[in-house]
Write a protein that binds this ligand. Sequence first.
Ligand SMILES: [Zn+2]
Length: 117
Amino acid sequence: MITKAMKDKLAKRDPYCVHCGEDAELVIHHRKNRGMGGSKKLDNMSNLLRICPWYNTFIESSATAADVAREHGHKLRQWDDFDTPILDECTGIWYVLDDVGNKNQVPPPVEENVGLF
Ligand SMILES: [Zn+2]
């Protein structure tokens, strides 16, 4: 469950959508989908990302958009770790999210096919 305290921390950590920079009416997105087995860990800070409703719908409805979102850590597969870095597409900076509400800057991943943004 996402508490009020967690929502406050998320608002501080994610002041705008990592995809487009929108900062109004953001929604809380689960990087690892709740539909895929109801682990309590899914409501941990490291699995939550505030994004705009448009991007949320886009990555849940388009397979291509979902693939890019996975490359950027915005979506996780069942077997991905919660410390998979996310890309802030507005700044080009990669972060690892922790469970106390911080985002910690990390170097860009050097995997193949990370893709341009
Ligand atoms: Zn957005």
